[in-house]
Structures are given as C-alpha cells and as structure tokens.
Design a protein around this ligand. Structure first.
Ligand SMILES: *[C@@H]1O[C@H](CO)[C@@H](O)[C@H](O)[C@H]1NC(C)=O
Ligand SMILES: *[C@@H]1O[C@H](CO)[C@@H](O)[C@H](O)[C@H]1NC(C)=O
Ligand SMILES: *[C@@H]1O[C@H](CO)[C@@H](O)[C@H](O)[C@H]1NC(C)=O
Ligand SMILES: *[C@@H]1O[C@H](CO)[C@@H](O)[C@H](O)[C@H]1NC(C)=O
Ligand SMILES: *[C@@H]1O[C@H](CO)[C@@H](O)[C@H](O)[C@H]1NC(C)=O
Ligand SMILES: *[C@@H]1O[C@H](CO)[C@@H](O)[C@H](O)[C@H]1NC(C)=O
Length: 286
C-alpha cells in the first residue's frame, strides 16, 4: 500500500515540476523552471570563462552539478541580479581565486562541496555581504584562512567537513562577525590540536561539530567565553578528561561524547558530575 502511494507521489512530483524548459546563452545550455532554478546541462565545459554566465535576469538558484568543471575564471558570473543560491558541486575545481564571486553581493548560499579544492585566495569571499551559508565540504583543504570571513558579515553557517585540516590555530574563526548564533561543522578532518584562541571573537554558537577528528583530550580552553547550544565530540580519540576540566569542557547545553575510547572510570566520573551539575552529556555506545 505504501509503495503504491509513494509511486503515485513520485508521478505527482514529476507532473508538478514538469514545466522545465531549456535555455541557451553564450553556447551554454541550462534547464530552467518558473522558480528561477537553472541547471547546467552542457557537459563539455572544462574552465568557465569570464562573462560566460551573464545577463540572466531571473536566475535565483544556479546549479552547476556533476560536470567536469576544472576551473572558474574571475568574472565568470556577471549581471545575475536575482541570484541568491549558487551550487557548484561534484566537479573538479581545484582552486578558488579572488574575483570569481566577489560581485555577487546578493548571494545568500554558496555550496562548493565535492570538488578538489586545495587553495582558496584570502579575498575570495570578500564583499559577499549577504552570504549566510558557505559549504566547503569534501574538498582537499589543509588549512583555514581567517581572512576568508573578514568581509562576510551575514555568515552564520559554515561547513568544512571532510577535508584535511589537522589543527585550528589562534583566531582562525575570529573574523566572523555574525550577530546570529553560528553553526560550524568541522567533522571528518584530522584535527588533533585546537588553539585556545581558535574561536576567540565568536560569542554564540548553535552547533560546534567536531565529530570524527583526532582529538585525544580536552581542557576546554578553546570553549572559554562561548555560549554553545550543541557541542559534538563523537568519534575522536578521547580516553579521559581530567576532572578539574569537566566544568570547562561541558559548557554547552548539550554535549555528545559517544564513540570515544573512554576508560570506564572516566565515563562514570563524567556522568556523576553531569548529574550533579545538571548538564546534558550524552554517550551512546556505537
Ligand atoms: C505549467 O505551465 C502551465 C501553462 O503555462 C501553467 O498553467 C501551469 O500552472 C504550470 N505548472 C506549474 C507547476 O507551474
Ligand atoms: C541585488 O538585488 C537587487 C534587487 O533585489 C538588484 O537590483 C541588484 O542589482 C542586485 N545586485 C547585484 C550585484 O546583483
Ligand atoms: C570589496 O569592496 C571594496 C569596496 O567597494 C573594493 O575596494 C574591493 O576591491 C572589493 N574586493 C573585492 C575582492 O572585490
Ligand atoms: C551542498 O552540497 C552537498 C552535495 O555535495 C549536499 O550534501 C549539501 O547538503 C549541500 N549543502 C547546502 C547547504 O546546500
Ligand atoms: C542554552 O539553553 C538555554 C535554555 O534553554 C537557552 O536560553 C540558550 O539560548 C541556549 N544557548 C544557546 C547558545 O542556544
Ligand atoms: C536541570 O535543568 C532542567 C532543564 O534544563 C531544569 O528543568 C531543572 O529544573 C534543572 N534542575 C536543577 C536541579 O537545577
């Protein structure tokens, strides 16, 4: 019964979104719909040239997905006044230079996930004054440049998950000036070291996710002064935390410490402490 219903809903969705048309500009073909979604269809482009995606009044969301794009030249995107969401994913882009995105001052979302990006210029995101969400996940970044976030005052969501970060140095996220609570996703890296001033400058954090990294212990020094809702420390290499640091590490409203090689005594001590101080520390056995 459920299967039949689902089949009907798939058919319905296909019908509802059936008004797609193709659109060609500068030799590049897109599939478009009435919502301003543009989806790149041309497959032979390797490097996007200056002005190649330009003068399209109604493009709201632009998808360049699962293509063979290896590079994007500065000035590729010009005069796209309605563009709010730019999704360049599952390509082979290796570096992001200044001048590609800087003029897109209305952009709220930029997704560069699943490329081969190993370098991003310091000024690459300058003047993206409306940008709220930046996804750099599944790339080859080995470090984060604090200047990326210097002129992006609306950012409140960053994911750099699944890269090759090994440490978070002092002030690396210190340029973030978002008035809103922040979400920072740093899962699936190799972060073994976090400087005590790494997040200095931020105040309110909705979620700080450090799952699947290489942290071996914590003193909580990098959390000092932060108001955190959810802190995720799952799947690291933490065996124990000294009791004197419990109050500094478990500062978030909720902390999840599952899938670490905790010693039984340490886990018991944490649970006893958490009950005593009314803190939510979750631990689930994998
Ligand atoms: C598709 O286009 C037709 C005719 O222009 C219109 O009546 C219909 O509402 C459109 N469908 C959707 C889902 O926008
Ligand atoms: C930003 O959006 C406004 C309209 O909402 C438009 O007039 C303006 O040209 C856009 N700016 C850019 C740089 O596209
Ligand atoms: C950002 O804006 C400033 C002021 O308008 C300008 O001087 C600068 O060149 C811009 N930066 C980039 C990278 O476009
Ligand atoms: C970015 O794209 C990836 C696919 O590569 C997707 O999983 C993710 O949800 C997207 N994120 C945002 C914020 O659009
Ligand atoms: C932590 O929880 C309290 C009480 O529910 C809430 O007022 C506060 O905003 C939460 N902190 C964050 C950073 O969300
Ligand atoms: C513990 O925290 C919960 C919710 O955060 C609250 O309802 C409860 O009153 C607290 N208990 C004590 C003993 O502080």
């Amino acid at each position: 019964m459920h299967k039949i219903l689902c089949l009907l809903c798939v058919v319905y969705l296909l019908r509802v979104s059936a008004n797609k048309t193709t659109f060609e500009k500068n030799g590049i073909t897109f599939e478009t719909d009435e919502d301003g979604d543009y989806n790149l269809l041309t497959h032979e482009i390797l490097v996007l040239q200056p002005g190649s995606i330009a003068d399209i009044q109604d493009v709201y969301r632009l998808y360049l997905m699962e293509q063979k794009i290896t590079g994007i030249e500065p000035g590729t995107f010009q005069n796209l006044p309605s563009l709010k969401k730019l999704i360049i994913i599952m390509n082979k882009v290796q570096k992001i230079t200044t001048g590609i995105f800087n003029a897109l001052t209305n952009l709220t979302l930029l997704n560069l996930s699943s490329n081969l990006i190993s370098h991003i210029d310091s000024s690459a995101f300058d003047n993206l004054t409306s940008l709220e969400s930046l996804t750099l996940s599944n790339n080859r970044l080995t470090s984060v440049d604090s200047q990326w976030f210097e002129l992006t005052p609306s950012l409140n969501w960053i994911s750099i998950r699944d890269n090759q970060l090994t440490e978070l140095p002092a002030h690396v996220f210190g340029n973030i000036k978002s008035p809103k609570p922040f979400t920072l996703v740093l899962d699936d890296n190799k972060i073994a070291k976090i400087d005590k001033d790494a997040f200095r400058g931020l105040t309110s954090i909705s979620m700080l996710s450090l799952d699947s990294n290489k942290l071996k212990t914590a003193t909580g020094d990098f959390l000092e002064g932060l108001d955190i809702d959810v802190l995720l420390l799952r799947d690291n290499g933490i065996k124990c935390i000294d009791q004197e640091y419990f109050g500094a590490v478990f500062v978030a409203n909720k902390t999840d410490i599952s899938e670490n090689p905790w010693t039984p005594q340490c886990l018991t001590a944490i649970q006893t402490w958490a009950e005593q101080f009314n803190k939510t520390v979750e631990h689930e056995f994998a």
